[in-house]
Design a protein. Structure first.
Length: 319
């Protein structure tokens, strides 16, 4: 919302939780359920751009309702909003999807054109919502942009960066030195600015496009932790542990998710596995886009926030 307001746009927000209306003191706020058709029609009346961030759902893993719940949250909410947008004559639509729709492959860098058989119900629903948006764009001459942000970090999130912030604030030593894995991440502010930049760069009449959005570079685990520590004014505490030892710790963490103090060990499994995405299409489309540097992004997101939780396991300093 801040990014749109800063670009001179007047913003109207549709939210389900009325208690969060105070978060938007300068915007028009419509409090309603996303599946209340009349409220959605009222929300899009008289506007020229719709930005849709489908709600997350958390079905029980392995539930037979898993795909159905994700489809309702992502596909059906998108269909309802697109129908209302078409009826109201809205000319521009931004769908915030996910890099999960591109697939996952730690062995190579993935781009928008890679064939992406969905590996999870969440990814399948995201891909179906994208396809629905692109079909409406072609049929009704809507200027559509689909964003595929990679793992997003920012205030109050559940990203790997937030876990590293918790570790840095506790002064923990982490066995990340020497890890060669690389990770694509994106600051939440960058996602918002990217959507605005793409709308301006592509223009009405352009073919609808799908764009992966990242910070513009990939990070190693040690680079991430060092940046977090610098931003918070903490000492960088890294040490080397042989791969076999890392795998043992990661295994313990994955098997002990419910044990207080050990949950953070599962972070190692994630950090040991590369996940990289290519941002060349976005760079070609918006060549003058100013990415936010990692240190600056972490300072903006976390330096002034309070305690973020206790789910990070501790490691002793190297002997």
């Amino acid at each position: 919302m801040c990014a749109f307001a800063e670009s001179g746009e007047r913003v109207r927000v549709l939210i389900r939780d009325g208690s969060k209306a105070r978060w938007f003191p300068d915007e028009q706020v419509v409090v309603a359920d996303m599946f209340d058709r009349e409220s959605v029609r009222r929300a899009v009346r008289g506007i020229d751009t719709v930005v849709h961030v489908p709600p997350r759902v958390y079905p029980r893993p392995g539930s037979s309702l898993d795909l159905a719940m994700h489809r309702r949250a992502h596909v059906e909410s998108t269909r309802l909003l697109l129908d209302a947008a078409v009826a109201a004559g809205v000319g521009r639509v931004v769908l915030v999807s996910s890099a999960h729709a591109t697939g996952r492959d730690p062995g190579r860098v993935l781009c928008e054109l890679d064939p992406a058989p969905p590996r999870t119900p969440y990814a399948q629903a995201k891909l179906e919502a994208e396809e629905l948006t692109l079909s409406y764009a072609e049929r009704y001459d809507i200027h559509a942009v689909v964003l595929r942000p990679v793992s997003i970090y920012g205030p109050n999130d559940k990203s790997v960066v937030s876990s590293l912030v918790r570790a840095a604030r506790k002064g923990l030593w982490l066995p990340l030195k020497g890890l060669s894995s690389l990770h694509s991440l994106v600051f939440v502010e960058t996602v918002a600015r990217a959507g605005i930049a793409l709308l301006k760069a592509t223009g009405r009449g352009a073919r609808p496009g799908v764009f992966i959005v990242t910070d513009g570079k990939d990070y190693s685990p040690s680079e991430l932790y060092a940046a977090v520590c610098r931003a918070l004014g903490e000492s960088v505490r890294l040490f080397y542990l042989p791969p076999a030892g890392l795998r043992v710790l990661a295994f313990i963490g994955m098997r002990a998710r419910a044990v207080p103090g050990l949950v953070g060990l599962g972070l190692l499994q994630h950090l040991m596995t590369s996940q990289r995405y290519c941002v060349h299409l976005f760079r070609e489309t918006v060549p003058d886009f100013a990415f936010v540097g990692l240190d600056q992004a972490i300072r903006k997101a976390f330096a002034s926030t309070g305690h973020l939780g206790d789910d990070c396991a501790g490691f002793g300093p190297p002997r």
